[in-house]
Structure formats: structure tokens, C-alpha cells
Design a binder for this molecule. Structure first.
Ligand code: ZN
Length: 487
């Protein structure tokens, strides 16, 4: 286990370095190194010795303590997922992923989809093939979805998205008709990056993120990485002409960081010392970014600091103006910049496309056009370029198919968790005072400290006293946008 952790640590830091420091020209060497390391990881994961040990423990799992039992289950699954793949294919896949990120970045910068397309095709083919190796009788996209969120499948998501779309579509239409009522133009003035960086530090402090164990880096596409609860790294991207972009990106990644930083000490060194699933992880980041971060209480707490940093840009703007501006809803092309209301449609579009790409009913040649079509269908706008279209996100270049729905499921988890937290904690009152510690303490107790010890469904039950129900998300959004736009 220590050796596995060490490899994970080493390759993780190398990926972080690739994103933050590596010169573009280093991409091919990086891919070669990752190929060699992935071969070592493959050999270790699939060694007869490890397989036999895990199999024996698995047979006696009812006799094990809770932590060891869950570790054995996780090992069993990770071995099963990897051992069904021939080594050459595994190594080739890992090298392809390492290379694809750099190619995708270039393709996005130059709006050149053709450059990225062969990589995308290869990654899709591999993902489909690997899913079928693992579960030959199951639909490959269902297998991929299940990897990010246990139990998530097309049937469940089709129902979920149907319900959400039905509730949100009228809200999108009504708010679009009243879009001029909210002025957000001041968010797009000139905001020097060094001052935005100061603001990032302020907001991290407000959230209760310990700088001893969490750093902030700058990248093209923000993400969070962690190697243990003692080394968590969040990232952001500053735009000089967009204040809210990096600000909310830091709050989002900060939510991921809090989860990792607050896993239980009893899990240190264990593979269970990490978020329970991608859906649970996104529930925490989106809870902080939107439900807390875009609440009036949070804006009230942080606005004096923002105003002190940017007195000229925000002259005459009150905290209420700021709160309304960061919640303005307008259909737009870029998922990561989308408002809370239209966001779900960006996820739905990607879900539709992934289903078809993995299912083999949509080719990579047809993807750019299909993307544009779906944006017109769902949001009434059409991207002019692929940079603003199918090249905008990094997930597919990283080999992640089936990840996007986690954002929507996570948003819905978050709404239900908040509803439950409010029964025990006066969230608005402590957030408005700038003291998030009661919030963090509540979530630590209900969710964070368990890491992967409990599964998502169990965590929701633990935090909310009931099973997952998307109605909390629908109610929360309906109430919020009715109030904001006086619908
Ligand atoms: Zn996230």
C-alpha cells in the first residue's frame, strides 16, 4: 500500500508540474516517462502476490475492521479494473493521455479541432474497450459513469435530467426576458491580477483553508490535486477583465480542498483518505461556489475586502448590487463561466454527447457540429468556433468520459445537504459574520471525515437522514431565481 501511495504521489506531482511549470516542448518526454511509470504501476497492481493477498482478505472481509474491509474492497475493485486490460494497451493508453493534454491545449488555442481529433478518437475507443473488458455484459457508458459515481447509470440520469430540465427551462426563459434588470457590467472592468491574487488569499482564509497544507497555483484550466491531507493544491486562472471568474473558481476548488483537508486522521496513509466519489466531491465544491459563495451572506462578508482592493472599479456598487450581478443568468457558451441556473444545461449537452460517442452513434468527425446543434437546442445560442465549442473542456483530453454528470448530481446533493445543515446551523448568520467554522465543523462530522469509508448514498443518508432526492435542488433554484428576478 505504501508503494502504491508513493507511485500515486510521484505521478500526481508530475502531472501537477506538467500543468504548471513544464515548457510545452517537454510534452513528448513527459509522455514517455509516464509510459514507463504506468508499466511499473500495472505490474505492481496485477502481481500475483498482491492479487492473492487481496483475494484472501476479501474472502474473510467480514472478520476485518471497518477501515481494512473498505480498503480491501477498494483494492479488489482497482485490481479488477486494471487486470482485465492487456499491459501494452494500458501503457499505450497512459502515454496517449499524457500527450493528449498538450495537443488539446494547442488545438484549443489555435481553434484547430483536427489536430486533437485523432487523440480524442483513440481515447474514446480505449475507454469503450476497457469498459467492455471490465464488464462485457454491461453498456460501456454505464460502466464509465459508475466509475465516477457508484450506481450512476443512463436510466437514472435520464430521469434526473428530465426532471431538472422540466423545472429549470421556464426559469431560464423568464430570467432571459428580464436579463437587463441586473447590471453586471462592473465585473468586466480592469482588475489587475496581483490584486486578484490578494483576493484569492482573502477568500481562502475566509473559507478556513489552512495555508500550511494547501497552496494556490496558476494554470490554464483550474483543478484541485491532492496527495494526502497534508498536501492539497488548488489552482486558478486570472482574467484581467473578469473579476468573478477566478474569484468563484477559487471558491469552487477551495470546496474540493476543504473536503480533502478534513478527511479523518485515522485514514492517513490509507487509500480511503480521499473524497467518496466525484459526485460527492463536486457536491462540496459547488456547495461552496454557489449555495454558500453566491449567497447574499457570503457576499456581505467578503465585499468590504473586495471593495478595499478595487475602490475605483466598484465605486458606487453596493454588496446587494454585487450579489445580484454574480447571480445574473444569461445563456452563454462556456460551462465554467456559466451562471448557476443555466449551468445544468451545459452538463446535459455533454451527457448527451458522451452517451453517443461511447455508444458509437456519434463519430468524432461529427462532434463539432453536433455540439453546436445542441447548444442551439438547449440554450438558444450557437458557438462560432470549436474553441468556444467542443474544445473548451479538459476532461476528454484527460480520458475522463462519464465525469460531467457528477457536476449536476453534485449540485443536487449540495442543495439537499444545505437544507439539512440549516436545521442544525444558522448558516446565513455565521457566513455573514465571516465565520465559516460552524459550517465546516458540521460537514466534517457528517461527510468529510469519512473519506471513502462510507459510500455516497450512505453519506447522503448520514447527512440528510433520507435518500438522495433532486427535489431539494429544484426547490432551491426555483426559490432563489424567483426572488432574484421577482418572477
Ligand atoms: Zn470541481
Amino acid at each position: 500500500m505504501k508503494k502504491k501511495q508513493a507511485y500515486r504521489h510521484a505521478t500526481g506531482v508530475m502531472y501537477y508540474d506538467m500543468e504548471t511549470a513544464m515548457p510545452k516542448g517537454g510534452a513528448e518526454d513527459f509522455a514517455k516517462t509516464m509510459g514507463v511509470l504506468s508499466e511499473e504501476i500495472y505490474k505492481m497492481e496485477t502481481s500475483e502476490e498482491l492479487k492473492a493477498l487481496v483475494a484472501e482478505l476479501y474472502e474473510h472481509k467480514d472478520e476485518l475492521d471497518e477501515i481494512t474491509r473498505r480498503e480491501v474492497e477498494e483494492h479488489q475493485e482497482s485490481i479488477a479494473r486494471i487486470a482485465c486490460i492487456p499491459m501494452e494497451e494500458y501503457v499505450d493508453y497512459e502515454s496517449t493521455v499524457s500527450m493528449a493534454s498538450s495537443v488539446w491545449q494547442k488545438a484549443k488555442q489555435e481553434n484547430d479541432y483536427k489536430l486533437f481529433e485523432p487523440y480524442l478518437k483513440k481515447l474514446i475507443d480505449y475507454n469503450r474497450k476497457f469498459a467492455l473488458y471490465y464488464a462485457p455484459e454491461k453498456d460501456p457508458y454505464d460502466t464509465l459513469l459508475d466509475q465516477y459515481e457508484k450506481g450512476m447509470n443512463r436510466e437514472m440520469l435520464d430521469r434526473f435530467f428530465d426532471e431538472i430540465a422540466k423545472a429549470f427551462r421556464p426559469l431560464v426563459e423568464k430570467t432571459a426576458a428580464k436579463r437587463d434588470e441586473i447590471d453586471d457590467s462592473f465585473l468586466f472592468k480592469n482588475y489587475p491580477i496581483d490584486l486578484q491574487d490578494k483576493l484569492s488569499r482573502e477568500v481562502m482564509q475566509l473559507m478556513g483553508i489552512d495555508g500550511n497544507y494547501c497552496t494556490l497555483g496558476e494554470v490554464e484550466h483550474p483543478f484541485t490535486d491532492n496527495y494526502s491531507k497534508h498536501d492539497v493544491r488548488i489552482t486558478t486562472h486570472y482574467h484581467e477583465d473578469m473579476l468573478a471568474s477566478s474569484f468563484y473558481s477559487v471558491v469552487h476548488e477551495g470546496g474540493h480542498a476543504l473536503y480533502e483537508l478534513n478527511t479523518g486522521d485515522e485514514l492517513i496513509g490509507s487509500p480511503l483518505a480521499s473524497g467518496a466519489s466525484m459526485g460527492m466531491h463536486e457536491s462540496q465544491s459547488r456547495l461552496f461556489e454557489n449555495i454558500i459563495g453566491r449567497s447574499y451572506a457570503f457576499v456581505k462578508a467578503i465585499y468590504p475586502k473586495i471593495l478595499a482592493l478595487f475602490p475605483e472599479q466598484l465605486k458606487g456598487i453596493t454588496d446587494v448590487d454585487f450579489y445580484r450581478a454574480v447571480n445574473k443568468s444569461v445563456p452563454s457558451l462556456i460551462r465554467t463561466e456559466a451562471d448557476e441556473l443555466t449551468y445544468c444545461f451545459h452538463v446535459m449537452i455533454r451527457y448527451e454527447l458522451e452517451k453517443q460517442l461511447i455508444g458509437g452513434t456519434l463519430s468524432t468527425e461529427e462532434l463539432p457540429e453536433k455540439w453546436k446543434e445542441l447548444y442551439e437546442k438547449y440554450l438558444g445560442i450557437r458557438p462560432e468556433t470549436d474553441t468556444e465549442g467542443c474544445l473548451q473542456d479538459s476532461h476528454w483530453a484527460g480520458g475522463s468520459f462519464g465525469y460531467f454528470p457528477s457536476y449536476a448530481i453534485g449540485s443536487a446533493y449540495g442543495a439537499q445537504i444545505m437544507e439539512s445543515m440549516k436545521k442544525d446551523v444558522d448558516v446565513d448568520a455565521c457566513v455573514a459574520k465571516g465565520d465559516l467554522s460552524p459550517v465546516n465543523a458540521w460537514i466534517t462530522e457528517k461527510i468529510w471525515k469519512y473519506g471513502m469509508l462510507k459510500k455516497p448514498a450512505e453519506l447522503i443518508r448520514n447527512a440528510c437522514g433520507a435518500a438522495f432526492d433532486p427535489k431539494y435542488y429544484v426547490d432551491y433554484m426555483t426559490k432563489k431565481y424567483n426572488q432574484l428576478y421577482k418572477l
